[in-house]
Write a protein of this length. Structure first.
Length: 104
């Protein structure tokens, strides 16, 4: 299993809406995430800064990279764009983190 972590940024006045939209995650989005190998996916909020810490486990990097090309992912990004910092393609601004310690 490959562990991945990243930081994203939600606008401070959008915390409740960000959480609501994830609480009501579209079934087809959940299905696509799992089909692309996502397991144990969690997102945590640091309220002071609006930083989101995302953690997930995947089975295969190539398969995971294909997730961003799916219609449902593109639709989700457009849906979330008003709530967070995004790139020109509506993907979340995301900083990938390097693993420096793991205790099993």
């Amino acid at each position: 299993m490959i562990r991945k972590a990243s930081i994203m940024f939600v606008y401070k006045d959008q915390y409740a809406e960000y959480k609501r939209r994830h609480d009501e995650l579209w079934p087809e989005m959940e299905q696509e995430l799992k089909a692309h190998g996502a397991h144990n996916y969690s997102i945590f909020l640091e309220r002071e800064s609006g930083k989101l810490f995302a953690y997930l486990e995947i089975q295969n990097e190539e398969k995971w990279k294909q997730m961003s090309e799916t219609v449902i992912c593109q639709k989700w990004w457009a849906y979330m764009e008003p709530l967070m910092e995004t790139n020109s393609d509506n993907s979340p601004v995301s900083i990938e983190l390097e693993e420096v310690f793991y205790l099993n």
